[in-house]
Design a protein around this ligand. Structure first.
Ligand code: PMP
Ligand code: GLN
Length: 389
């Protein structure tokens, strides 16, 4: 008999771990897993160091240090006009990942259903399944990856409890527009659903795109858990400090779960996060502008190599179709890519539902990360030249 539960191997190894290992093994440039090859702002690191040195190292309150909760509340007011009570409407978490898990466990009962949009970030489905619930997928298809009210309604049943929504969207780079947000809000209100809104890329938007938290739509605040983290907008992915915000009843429920998972998170790093959240607007626009230049660089290289793609409006990522280069299968393409061009990318097939005997809507799609130094992308683009037909 196995010493392990079935759960332990339910989902295998994440594609991000697998592809990072492939990059290490082959020495290829890793444009797979989404992490920057640079640190976030020095003053943020210094605020965390100062917190360590000044003895902020014991368990903080489960919700987070008051300075942290106040910083999240001020950030939501400043950027989005959302009014939060820092004493009741914020919970500090171990990355957005814990916030997502705790949100699902706090709102979903066994037998319930949760709507997700594919391609989806890979932890949503395990969280739903391990809560004893089932996911119902709205499949977004290339090249436009649009959400429609009809598609959402088709996925909702009388068992649906929640919708997990992510914008700016990993992996497509879409910043969903106001009509798509409204479609989700309409269904959520009509069916009395919770929306778990993953906004970890909230500040990483390009051109004229704007990020609007779905909690700001009429009737939505009271049913939305908004989630973000230090990982992406501040380029500190390894800190694993995140936060959830929303109305008091939902935050209390989330805390009810969190207290028995991690109890509290990252004391001194919360004070680094408080410094980050209070950075001047210029930090956010400068980082987005820098990243936009990196996007332009990589997108130009992918375009010249012949990939089909849609310009991403946000995130760290661009999704491409490999068929114009004569490949049919993104997974196979990614496995060969280190040898073909000294690069690593992520196949989207694993971020869609896989049904036996059915071709995945992500089969020919591959994601590339551009959160890398200019010189690294220059080299990557040169290597992409080897793929051009
Ligand atoms: N959601 C999305 C869409 C992500 O891309 C990530 C990045 N890993 C996370 C959640 C998890 O964030 P964290 O590392 O803060 O747990
Ligand atoms: N969010 C990162 C990505 O999409 C990966 C984080 C992880 O490895 N879980 O690449």
């Amino acid at each position: 008999m196995s010493l392990l539960s079935k759960r332990a191997s339910d989902f295998g190894t994440t594609i991000f771990t697998e592809m990072s290992a492939l990059a290490t093994k082959t020495g290829a440039i890793n444009l797979g897993q989404g992490f920057p090859d640079h640190d976030g702002p020095l003053e943020v690191a210094e605020a965390a160091i100062a917190a360590i040195q000044s003895g902020r190292n014991q368990y903080p309150p489960g919700r987070g240090f008051p300075e942290f909760c106040e910083a999240v509340a001020s950030h939501q007011r400043h950027w989005y006009g959302l009014e939060l009570n820092p004493a009741t409407d914020v919970v500090a978490t171990t990355g957005a990942s814990e916030a997502l898990f705790a949100s699902v466990f706090a709102t979903v009962n066994p037998g319930d259903e949760v709507v997700v949009f594919a391609p989806y970030f890979d932890i949503y489905v395990p969280a739903i399944r391990w809560a004893g619930a089932t996911h119902r997928t709205v499949t977004l298809t290339a090249p436009d990856f649009r959400i429609t009210a009809d598609a959402i309604r088709a996925a909702v049943t009388d068992r649906t409890r929640a919708i997990i929504f992510n914008s700016p969207h990993n992996p497509t780079g879409r910043v969903f527009d106001s009509s798509e947000l409204q479609a989700i809000a309409d269904v959520a209100i009509e069916q009395d659903l919770v929306v778990i809104s993953d906004e970890v890329y909230e500040h990483l938007v390009f051109d004229n795109a704007r990020h609007t938290p779905i909690a700001t739509l009429p009737g939505m605040f009271e049913r939305t858990i908004t989630i973000s983290s230090m990982g992406k907008s501040f380029a500190f992915t390894g800190w694993k400090v995140g936060w959830a915000s929303g109305p008091e009843p939902l935050m209390s429920g989330l805390l009810g779960i969190k207290q028995f998972v991690t109890f509290a998170s990252g004391a001194p790093l919360q004070l680094g996060a408080a410094a980050a959240l209070a950075l001047p607007d210029s930090y956010f626009s400068d980082y987005a502008a820098w990243l936009q230049a990196r996007r332009n660089q990589l997108v130009a290289g992918l375009d010249a190599a012949g990939f089909g793609l849609v310009q991403p409006q946000g995130t760290y990522f661009v999704t491409t179709d490999v068929r114009p280069l004569g490949f049919n299968d993104g997974l196979d393409f990614c496995q060969k890519l280190p040898e073909l061009a000294g690069l690593v990318a992520i196949p989207l097939e694993t971020l869609y539902d896989r049904k036996p005997g059915e071709e995945s809507a992500g089969k020919a799609l591959v994601r590339w990360a551009f959160c890398k130094q200019e010189s690294v992308l220059t080299e990557a683009v040169e290597r992409l030249g080897q793929l051009a037909r």
